[in-house]
Write a protein that binds this ligand. Structure first.
Ligand code: PLP
Length: 421
């Protein structure tokens, strides 16, 4: 039994239309299953107390269709750059449903956000708070802000921590006294709440609840210190999805009750609303990256499969050093299995999707499908390396496969450069 063969049981890959599309494809591509995004949104919505709003962290997958679809389902959008803000507004998300988060916001981006009437800016430092205040003053308005707090607690389980210890994110909890002083002088900012984002890829419900509880404690402490009622608590979340056979989906079963119990025990006011901002959980499982096998070789007893794609299209496996689940679409069905390492066509030893995994026997011309590639796939890669064409993106919607982004070709890459010699 192969540890990876469960992935071949994925109904999406058994859909004849999808299978035929893959078997006729000539170049790597991503395909997103819209139904899966909807399913994950609904399961999360049903697992949260009533006064929670879900904000889609569009850094996970900023494709206009994905952002628009999640907005139409009822999500707000969390943006982390002027480009993301422009994308969200272009697809029809109203500014009052957009939160601007992330470190290093430029003045132009803050101006763009404040001018359009964005709901709230999650401020990452005292300097940023001061710049928000100045820009709001120049626009003759008062901007709502959340303070992003770098908490004292850490989520040990996550490999990707953004809170606890010394961090480039947020303002240390111990520095909140200074905030009190500054806020009295800043007349064009209105502190409405706090933001905590401690880690990503959390699969343990107990940790998610603990994170929420700690976030509430911080909100209460900040509220008491500033002698100000807070109406917004943005708990981040970092909800994960399983990538390896040892990981399991987050158990959402009792989440609502556990969180409601915490809310009921707080002294926050009744009209406080809670935000969960999440990307990976909503879109990660919807995405499939498909690449064709162009070589197979044995080196010192190990079998290597070389594909026409690589980490130029999907860097995540090398970046985080974890394999995604992989399925094989064979041109001719075979029963045997073998242990292989699957690499791409780049001249770097980083270029692997998986190492030493047991998979159905693979031959040249077969297709490798890297699953769970819907979040931090297309966007968190290095598409210019080696000047290969970019991957195309497709959407599977109501039994139709639609092209949603044509990948750049070498002509485009040459056209955007300026030869000065
Ligand atoms: C501030 C902030 N919010 C939200 C997210 C989205 O995280 P995830 O995709 O794990 O839900 C991130 C990810 O880095 C983040 O930094």
């Amino acid at each position: 039994m192969s540890p990876y063969d469960f992935t071949n049981m994925d109904p999406f890959l058994h859909n004849l239309q999808i299978r035929k599309f893959i078997l006729n494809s000539k170049y790597p591509f991503f395909i997103y299953d819209l139904e899966k995004i909807k399913k994950n949104f609904i399961s999360l919505k049903n697992a949260l107390p009533r006064n929670f709003q879900i904000y889609y962290s569009m850094k996970a997958n900023p494709n206009v269709n994905v952002v628009r679809f999640l907005y139409t389902l009822g999500c707000g959008v969390e943006v982390a750059s002027g480009g993301e803000l422009e994308t969200a507004t272009k697809v029809g998300v109203p500014p009052e449903k957009i939160i601007f988060a992330g470190p290093g916001k430029r003045d132009e981006e803050l101006f763009q956000a404040i001018k359009c009437g964005i709901k709230v800016i999650n401020v990452e430092s005292f300097n940023e708070l001061s710049r928000v205040n100045e820009i709001a003053k120049s626009l003759n308005c008062i901007q709502d802000v959340n303070i992003r707090v770098n908490p004292l607690f850490k989520i040990e389980e996550s490999a990707l921590q953004m809170g606890g210890d010394a961090q480039k994110f947020g303002i240390d909890f111990e520095q909140m006294e200074k905030l009190k002083m500054l806020l009295t002088n800043f007349k064009n900012t209105n502190l409405v709440g706090i933001h905590v984002f401690s880690a990503t890829q959390i699969l343990n419900q107990t940790l998610i609840v603990k994170n929420f509880e700690n976030t509430i404690k911080i909100a209460q402490a900040v509220s008491a210190l500033l002698m100000k009622k807070l109406t917004l608590v943005d708990m981040g979340s970092g909800l994960g999805i399983p990538y390896s056979k040892n990981e399991h989906e987050v158990e959402l079963g009792n989440l609502k009750e556990s969180m409601q119990r915490i809310i009921d025990s707080t002294q926050l006011q009744n009209n406080t609303s809670f935000v969960i901002e999440t990307g990976r959980f909503l879109v990660g499982e919807s995405g499939y990256y498909v690449t064709q096998v162009i070589d197979k070789k044995i080196s010192r007893g190990k079998t290597f499969i070389i594909c026409d794609g690589g980490i130029n299209h999907l860097l995540r496996t090398a970046l985080i050093n974890t394999a995604h689940p992989i399925a094989v679409i064979q041109r001719n069905a075979r029963e045997e299995f073998e242990t292989v390492s699957i690499g791409g066509s780049l001249c770097t030893s980083l270029d692997f999707f998986a190492k030493d995994v047991v998979l159905p026997l693979i031959e040249i011309g077969d297709y490798i499908v890297v699953k769970n590639s819907g979040a931090y796939g297309y966007t968190e890669s290095m598409p210019y390396f080696l000047s290969h064409d970019f991957a195309d993106e497709y959407l599977y919607v109501k039994d139709e496969i639609k092209l949603i982004r044509k990948g750049r070709k070498i002509e485009d890459m040459l056209a955007e450069q300026i030869l000065v010699l």
